[in-house]
Design a protein around this ligand. Structure first.
Ligand code: SF4
Ligand code: SF4
Length: 314
């Protein structure tokens, strides 16, 4: 209990660490990626889902087309007319207006990245028809990144539930047959080196005739297993020099995420995809308010970003 209190105190003050040193902050350099979290509901419940999505978690509710329009307008006003718009969840294809939101972002000229598990919510006739129409109109401006936790059904199913690999493969085959631009989000297991993982995925892609280059880190993004460190060090302004790292390498230097919390009328802008529930990271309701430095006073800032090198973007 004492240890937990100490840990909370450690990341408490946005300006100072528990030892009184100046806390590091990441300045904003403009929008490379604007994420929309379309809601935390998901058709499955994965063991290591960092956002704790499930068929019952609706702490972040569905975004609608009306919710995202002001943010797309703000980007246009700021001259950020061809950036990456990312949609993540939960499972985005559960959101009733997902196709409409994709269309609007594409019509405005952005590159759009949608993260999905490619399971049943995507394979509904209305969604499939909508996707085909978007692919015909916008081709590779739309990238669909499918989560495939491992190249073997056994490990994937351990994380995602029985038969989930085969169901995701059905979705992937449909995407490939219909010539979507597909990338894969995989996982590098602790006991497996990157080379082994890439060659395993490569064999799978070849056997399925998917034109995905497993050696390209954008086509196959390998995320490390995200295991929170209960007591990471705090990041001070001195750390950048000591670690030979620049704040511009950190996600929140050029990304923001829009979420809509249950019970709130309007969406909120937060710094990144990793901290959806921590109200201390609310930056306001507009992108304008969110164009400011982010103090790194969450343990994830240390564990995943500064010490671990996490990124969600393509
Ligand atoms: S499919 Fe994705 S969002 Fe859904 S529970 Fe699994 S990791 Fe979380
Ligand atoms: S978790 Fe990472 S990206 Fe998010 S605010 Fe902290 S340092 Fe920035």
């Amino acid at each position: 209990m004492d240890e937990i209190r100490y840990s909370l105190k450690k990341f408490d003050d946005p300006r100072l660490t528990a030892k009184g040193e100046r806390r590091a902050a990441v300045p904003y350099s403009g929008t490379k990626t604007l994420w929309f979290n379309t809601g935390t509901l998901c058709n499955i419940e994965c063991t290591n889902c960092y956002i704790e999505s499930s068929p019952t978690n609706d702490r972040l509710v569905y975004l609608t087309l009306a919710d995202i329009l002001p943010y797309l307008d703000e980007l246009e006003d700021a001259g950020e007319t061809q950036i990456e718009i990312g949609f993540t969840g939960g499972e985005p294809f559960l959101a009733p207006q997902m196709i409409e939101m994709l269309e609007e972002a594409l019509v405005r000229g952005h590159n759009v990245l949608l993260l999905t598990n490619a399971m049943q919510p995507m394979m509904r006739p209305r969604v499939m028809d909508g996707l085909i129409s978007l692919r015909e109109r916008f081709n590779d401006k739309l990238t669909i990144r499918v989560s495939l936790d491992h190249f073997s059904a056994k490990v994937h199913d351990q994380e995602r539930g029985k038969q989930s690999f085969e169901i995701a493969m059905t979705g992937l085959r449909w995407l490939a047959q219909n010539q979507f631009h597909i990338t894969i989000a995989g996982r590098a297991l602790y006991n497996e080196c990157e080379e082994t993982a890439r060659s395993g995925y490569s064999a799978l892609f070849v056997s399925e005739n998917f034109s995905i280059d497993a050696n390209d880190p954008v086509s196959l993004v390998l995320f490390p297993e995200m295991l929170p460190n209960s007591d990471p060090p705090e990041i001070t302004t001195e750390c950048w020099g000591i670690l030979d790292k620049s704040p511009s390498e950190i996600m929140c230097s050029n990304q923001r995420m829009v979420v809509k919390r249950k019970g709130e009328k309007l969406p909120t802008v937060i710094p990144c995809t990793l901290l959806p529930y921590d109200q201390r990271f609310n930056m306001g309701q507009t992108l304008k308010e969110a164009r400011k430095a982010v103090p790194l006073n969450h343990s994830y800032c240390a564990t995943f970003c500064v010490l671990g090198g996490g990124s969600c973007s393509a």
